[in-house]
Design a protein around this ligand. Sequence first.
Ligand code: ASP
Ligand code: MG
Length: 422
Amino acid sequence: MGIVVQKYGGSSVADAQGIKRVAKRIVATKKEGHDVVVVVSAMGDTTDELLDLANQVSPLPAARELDMLLTAGERISMAVLAMAITDLGQEARSFTGSQAGVITDAEHGRAKIIDVTPGRIVQAIADGAVAIVAGFQGVSQESKDITTLGRGGSDTTAVALATALGAEVCEIYSDVDGIFTADPRIVPNATHIPRLSYAETLEMAANGAKILHLRCVEYARRYNVPIHVRSSFSNKEGTWVVNPEEVNSMEAAIISGVAHDRSEAKITVVGVPDKIGEAAKIFTAIAEAKIDVDMIVQNVSAAATALTDISFTLSQTDGAAAVRVLTDLKDTVAYEQLIFNDAVGKVSLIGAGMRNSPGISARFFQALADAGINIDMISTSEIRISVVVAESQIDDAVRATHAAFDLGTDEVEAVVYGGTGR
Ligand code: ASP
Ligand code: MG
């Protein structure tokens, strides 16, 4: 039997009891004859608490030190989990990301994995031990400093290790029984999805479904690592994320689900001169500040004024930085005004089958209209339609859309065991 990588999220290891429960599951997998490599997140809300602490000490904590602080959360989990496993009579060894050979670039807070050299992990499993790795962290090749991969990054650590070790599967454990057609916290009769393609899962992750870290899905698709999303609180089958050929056509629905994202903000640059190069200037400045932009809409310019408005959405956390960048740009791009709104969110309808089914957008927009929801912006991909709406209307929009496409089930299947979804 081969190597199994198991990743446990914060809600699965929230307290001593959770740690012991997870330890039993790991030992059971080992007893089945697998080599087991475990990736852990910080216990419960530890990462948020450490962030709060940092912000109390400094309004803009130094990025290097913030990473040093946040990685401590995962180090606590890995050590106590190793203790609990050892207590069950199974040898376990914990490793920091750096010890496990997770090599990254030097971008603090959003580092990318550039290589994994898991020599010590290979040695540990060859010795018959369970290897426990601290998620969400690595070490920069250039600066030799400790880095973090961005919030939720432990999933990516798990898939990167699974790839480097040639594991047969990467199991991602959270507090829900896999992937559902909508967040069961908002839509209690959301339907469980047994198998989902990488492409649809990517759209779900990129558009706010908190079930998997975006980069982990990209990584898994690139290296063809099957992901098995499950709950650590039950023995239900969960969801397999696989190649589209492995999702049988009986199961492949036209619409696979509705995702939502509360973390968006919108910036409108009002009165931009409608001439060549202005949009390029705006988005070059934004890119230089390493800010990711999501949707962009430019209005037709008013003939009388030759001015146009450009709106775009971005992550709320980048809002202040983007406003600063654009304020500095006011002399270069002679726009009239800047409007920042962080009370917006995004609702997305996702499904590989929408490619060849006409009328999907009409039905989506009608459902929103019937629920009295105004659409602020629209964007589409081949297998997704997203709208920006007022943040206060997100839950209603998700419910209305889910119902309009008959995605619900009669028997309530979704159990949310923990509370945070990770
Ligand atoms: N503990 C980190 C976070 O809360 C990483 C993770 O959970 O994957 O974002
Ligand atoms: Mg977490």
